[in-house]
Design a protein around this ligand. Structure first.
Ligand SMILES: [Ca+2]
Length: 365
């Protein structure tokens, strides 16, 4: 089945044909590199079939670099999505169809900081606003790796009975901000610039599906600044399947993955930085060229939560970032150990419950 890779959390060492789950990845600084690399390789062999490309740091390369892994369409895609089991399971699990009677994300702009987005995909046609290529300083946001198209689809693909599985915020708009070069690499600097540009262009939710992105001080500072502008940044916990101790940054929502049984996939990175969790395993999502792929990774759990936030923002446009995040957490379905825990954060997100919790918090003086 397919695999996605890309930004969020699916690394593969370059040159090693190892595969992992679907997150775009940022390589860490050289410190502890060998340890991290070993942990990765172990995680990769265990994990979901998704390639991650991890760049081996060049000498003198101080900034971490992420690479969006190449997404690969699932075999059998050409036979159509009927070949897939329950293509909308993640939407049902999130309670999205029930929430749509109250909100569809209309009027909310979601920035997808990624490898670009295919604007001609049937599920994304007419949903994109003009984006920007942060690397080339151009308007070329062509998705050269497939990651960004899948991420955008998870957040906000159109509802269409005939094809695909739709996104969560089916009436929201997408702002594609491409931050990867020809080989799929990006940098902290490019990501931070894209975050600021997203806010400048009116986005209220910014999804950044790269591994380790939430652990970088510059990203945390940018997220805090965006929070003051009413913007929430959503990132994946990572696909290494290990514990990490990143700070839970202000303005940052970190998403771990759950599977079809609401359990923790072993490749989903955990730790105190996890805010909430959402489906991230075997999701049917759009790919460039009108195709679909079944993909796994926290890269895809993250935009599902971005979509839920867009539903909440459309329903309560005056809600603050703090109110939105609090409602998201308090309404999540508690899984695993009672209360917030490192695997699931506050729990698996429920769109309908989140809308109700937000409305209740807004009506309480
Ligand atoms: Ca729990």
């Amino acid at each position: 089945m397919a695999n996605d890779t890309h930004n969020p959390s699916c690394p593969t060492t370059s040159g090693d044909a190892t595969r992992s789950a679907g997150v775009g990845r940022v390589s860490p600084k050289r410190t502890g590199w060998a340890t991290l690399r070993a942990a990765w390789l172990m995680a990769l062999t265990l994990s979901v079939a998704t390639p991650w490309l991890l760049r081996s740091d060049a000498a003198g390369d101080e900034a971490p670099v992420w690479q969006a892994a190449q997404t690969q369409a699932a075999a059998g895609d050409d036979q159509g999505i009927g070949a897939h089991r329950a293509p909308r399971w993640h939407l049902e699990r999130l309670g999205a169809p029930q929430a749509w009677s109250a909100s569809r994300g209309e009027g909310v702009l979601i920035a997808i900081v990624d490898s670009g987005v295919d604007p001609s995909h049937p599920d994304l046609q007419g949903r994109l606003v003009q984006g920007w290529n942060v690397i080339d300083n151009s308007t070329d946001t062509t998705d050269t790796r497939g990651h960004g198209t899948a991420v955008a689809g998870a957040a906000a693909a159109a509802y269409n009975d005939a094809q695909g599985a739709s996104g969560v915020a089916i009436s929201a708009r997408i702002l594609p901000l491409k931050v990867t070069d020809a080989k799929g690499y990006t940098s902290v600097n490019a990501v931070v610039r894209a975050m600021q540009m997203a806010a400048d262009r009116g986005a209220r939710v910014v999804n950044v599906s790269f591994e380790f992105v939430g652990g970088h001080p510059a990203v945390l500072r940018a997220a805090r600044a965006l929070q003051e502008r009413g913007v929430i940044v959503v990132v994946p916990s990572g696909n290494r399947g290990v514990r990490q101790d990143f700070p839970a940054g202000a303005g940052l929502v970190t998403v771990a993955a759950t599977d079809e049984r609401d359990q923790h996939p072993q490749w989903s990175t955990h730790g105190p930085h996890v805010t909430v969790s959402a489906p991230g395993q075997s999701l049917l999502l759009p790919q460039p060229g009108g195709r679909y792929a079944e993909v796994s990774g926290t890269s895809y759990a993250s935009p599902l939560v971005a979509g839920v936030l867009a539903l909440m923002m459309a329903a309560q446009p005056q809600a603050t970032s703090e109110q939105l995040t609090a409602a998201l957490r308090t309404s999540a379905l508690d899984l695993g150990e009672p209360g917030a825990d490192p695997l699931f954060g506050a729990g698996r997100v429920d769109a309908g419950a989140a809308l109700k919790a937000l409305a209740a918090s807004r009506s309480t003086p």
